[in-house]
Every structure is written in structure tokens, then in C-alpha cells.
Design a protein around this ligand. Structure first.
Ligand code: FAD
Length: 323
């Protein structure tokens, strides 16, 4: 049975985030031949509607209000509820991002419905929509089917392939009026941490350093390798606790969960709490001078050696390949 599925488009620095296109692709599967409707909420977001359509949305609804210029769960919930009341969808999909994780439970509570959080895959099996999601910190996966009710899920970045952009696609773009009532949270100022380039949660390549990196300066070779590969630098909690880098780089059970195409773990022992954040990466390379390190148990390729010798060699070789 074809369905109507809403997909929230998420923006950063005035651009749509890639996870929005991945959610549109998930929406296509969930809709089973029905309609995928992109939703854009913000101050001036309608210019982004075309790009959502080019990535597969059939039409786009915008909710624009100057009170929505900065994300607040209060304001975005009011805007999204106006869209939901108008459209009465069968499904709603968000990215499993900080925004998605904040907003989705609030909407689920308002709708008195369940939420499938952090889906890593969505498939149609025997006519049913099946969501796959990790449990027990990624040690196992469960498959979830909604028997009756709303298909409401957040999708983990970097797991669902977006549809090929098609610049010839067109679709209707219309606005939904929502009277945004006084917000209980007012954002006075946003101070961004400088993240030197690629966003960790959406990076295709991550070079992560652990306590074996030994100092803040020790991260420099990792940054150089990340630059050559167009990737981002991450870290274990060991490295963050030792003050070698900022906690915003931490990957693991109490840090970010990442699934890049390539994860290079440098001087990381492979504690279970670290593996919880990266073991679903597509290809894992471990560099460690201890051949017994647990990280080698999850690695596709292992290099036993001193990271300060191995990483510069890798950087030089990748530079040659790229030249
Ligand atoms: P270590 O375990 O000290 O490993 C350092 C490694 O570097 C060693 O294997 C060593 O052989 C290698 N090494 C040293 N020098 C070199 C060299 N020159 N070249 C190559 N290799 C070298 N950890 C996380 O990462 N993320 C989390 O989210 C997280 N959450 C946690 C939550 C809880 C509740 C708890 C209790 C712990 C959590 N931890 C987390 C901590 C985790 O248990 C480990 O302590 C931590 O991951 C260890 O970091 P590490 O691998 O960098 O350090």
C-alpha cells in the first residue's frame, strides 16, 4: 500500500546536510511507491527546496518564520506539527543527528506514537517495511516492523545511499502557515567550535587517534593524513581525557557514533566503549605497536608498528596516488 512520508530537511550553514538526502532515499522505500514530501523549517529556507526535489522528494513544504531562524525544539515542534496536521502522513523520517535526536521524541510524544531511533537500514520485505537498528552498543542488530501506525524513524548518517541527484526533476513547493507562539527558549548567540573542515558524523574517512598519539602535537600527522584523504580527525576518550584534543572529537559509547567508508584507528587499544562508536565502519584499518591490541579483532587491515613512522609513510603514498 503506497504511503505518504514526510522527510525533514536539515540545514547547516545555509546548506542541506547530506543526511537529509539519505533520509529522502529511506523515505522512497518507506513510501512504497507513494509520495515523499520534503519539509524545510527555518527563517528563509525555500531556496533549498529544489535540491530536495532533485534528490528524490516529490514535493516540498516550507514553514518560514523569523522565530525559526535558530533551531529550538519548541519552535520546530510547533512548525512540524502544523505540517503533520495538514498532511496526516503515514511516515516521518529525520536524520539521527543532534537535531533529530532532540526533536523526534518530542514529536513522537505529541502524536502518542512510537519511534524507531537510529535506523541503519530500511528495506521492503514481503510487502512490509523493515527497519534495522543497532542494540547493545552495536553488538547486535534488531529488525523492527510497525504493524499498525506511523512509520516514524531517525536514520543514522552515512548508512543509506542517497539517490542520484537529478537536475531535471521538478515538484511543487508550497508554504504551510504555522503561527509560532512565543518560544520558551530564546537563542541569544551561537558560538561554533572550529572543526577544521569535514564534519565527523558525516565524514567518509576518519583518522582517529588514541592515547598512543601521546600529545596534542601528536595529532598533527593524523590531520595531515586526513587532509590528503579529505577526511576528518576523531579520537578515543583516552586521548580526550589526556587533553590531547577536544571532547567534540570523541568517538564511542559516550561520544559520536560514526560509520565512515574508511576508519583508521591510530594508537587506540580497542576498548569495547570505543568499538561501540565505530565498529560498523565499512573498512577499518588499525595501527598499533602492540600486536595483541583488541582493535585488531575488528580491523579489516592491521599494521603493527609505531604510528609516528607509519602515518607519514601513508600520507606520502596517498599524496602520490592523488597527484
Ligand atoms: P589506551 O587503552 O591507553 O590505548 C593506547 C594504545 O596505543 C595501546 O594499544 C598502545 O599499544 C598504543 N600505542 C602507544 N604508542 C603507540 C605508538 N607510538 N604507535 C602505535 N600504537 C601505540 N572510550 C572511547 O574511546 N569512547 C567512548 O565513548 C568511551 N566511553 C566510555 C564510557 C564508560 C562508561 C567507560 C567506563 C569508559 C569509556 N571509554 C570510552 C574509555 C575506554 O574504556 C578506554 O579507556 C579508552 O577507549 C582507551 O583509549 P585509548 O585506546 O586511546 O587508550
Amino acid at each position: 500500500m503506497s504511503k505518504k512520508v514526510l522527510v525533514l530537511g536539515e540545514t547547516r550553514a545555509g546548506q542541506l546536510r547530506n543526511v537529509s538526502f539519505e533520509a529522502v532515499a529511506a523515505g522512497k522505500t518507506a513510501a512504497q511507491g507513494g509520495e515523499v514530501i520534503g519539509v524545510l523549517i527555518g527563517d528563509a529556507v525555500s531556496s533549498l527546496a529544489e535540491e530536495m526535489i532533485q534528490h528524490g522528494a516529490d514535493r516540498v513544504l516550507t514553514v518560514e518564520d523569523e522565530k525559526l531562524g535558530q533551531y529550538t525544539s519548541d519552535g520546530f515542534a510547533q512548525a512540524l506539527m502544523a505540517v503533520i496536521e495538514q498532511e496526516q502522513p503515514d511516515g516521518i523520517l529525520f536524520g539521527h543527528t543532534a537535531l533529530g535526536k532532540d526533536l523526534s521524541p518530542k514529536i513522537a510524544a505529541k502524536l502518542n506514537t512510537g519511534l524507531i531511533s537510529d535506523a541503519t537500514a530500511i528495506n521492503e520485505e514481503n510487502g512490509e517495511i523493515v527497519f534495522t537498528r543497532p542494540i547493545y552498543s552495536g553488538k547486535a542488530f534488531e529488525k523492527v516492523v510497525v504493524e499498525d501506525g506511523l512509520l516514524f524513524a531517525t536514520v543514522r548518517p552515512n548508512n543509506i545511499e542517497p539517490l542520484q541527484k537529478d537536475e531535471t526533476r521538478s515538484g511543487d513547493v508550497s508554504s504551510v502557515s504555522a503561527s509560532i507562539k512565543d518560544l520558551r527558549t530564546i537563542i541569544q548567540d551561537v558560538v561554533r567550535k572550529s572543526t577544521d573542515g569535514v564534519d565527523l558524523s558525516e565524514a567518509k574517512v576518519i583518522i582517529a587517534g588514541g592515547r598512543g598519539v601521546k600529545s596534542e602535537e601528536g595529532f598533527q600527522p593524523l590531520k595531515e593524513l586526513a587532509d590528503v584523504l579529505g577526511g576528518a580527525v576523531g579520537a578515543s576518550r583516552g586521548a580526550c581525557d589526556a587533553d590531547y584534543c577536544d571532547y567534540s572529537l570523541q568517538i564511542g559509547q559516550t561520544g559520536k557514533v560514526v560509520t565512515p567508508d574508511l576508519y583508521i584507528a591510530c594508537g587506540i587499544s580497542g576498548a569495547i566503549q570505543h568499538l561501540a562508536g565505530m565498529s560498523n565502519s565499512k573498512v577499518i584499518v588499525a595501527i598499533n605497536k602492540d600486536p595483541e591490541a583488541d582493535i585488531f579483532k575488528v580491523a579489516d587491515y592491521g599494521i603493527v608498528g609505531d604510528l609516528f613512522e607509519v602515518i607519514p609513510m601513508l600520507t606520502e603514498e596517498f599524496k602520490k596516488v592523488k597527484a
